[in-house]
Write a protein of this length. Structure first.
Length: 122
């Protein structure tokens, strides 16, 4: 399996759109799915005590819509609440964009510039 592409949020355009610092030169293609995440605590193997990895706290899932040489524009996935009525406008998941006055719980899940992104294995 090929190495998954990893990067960071370079800019937040709005509650639906972000730019990531990975593009064509990194192997990003239109339609790829990425998660925006934060690293939590490490998990150890109960038998050996070796660190197996870190918990990924997923903040959002985005799909690449436009790819440039060094960066990509990604948006939250669109979905329809009426699958039978395909002519209905798509509804998008909204990103939680940080603001100083938000509660502490919301701050932990807020998407910020510099957050890590990782390609979702397909």
């Amino acid at each position: 399996m090929a190495e998954l592409i990893r990067g960071k949020i370079a800019r937040i355009l709005d509650e639906y759109t972000v730019y990531i610092n990975r593009g064509l030169e990194h192997g990003v293609k239109e339609g790829m799915t990425f998660i925006i995440y934060d690293e939590g605590s490490s998990i150890k193997d109960p038998d050996t005590g070796n660190v197996l990895g870190n918990i990924e706290i997923v903040k959002a899932r985005v799909v690449v819509r436009e790819v440039q040489e060094k960066m990509s524009r990604a948006t939250t996935p669109s979905y329809s609440t009426f699958p039978i009525l395909t002519s209905m406008a798509n509804i998008r998941d909204r990103l939680i964009v940080s603001e100083e006055e938000k509660k502490e719980e919301e701050e932990k899940s807020s998407v910020r510039i510099g957050d890590k992104v990782r390609q979702v294995a397909e």
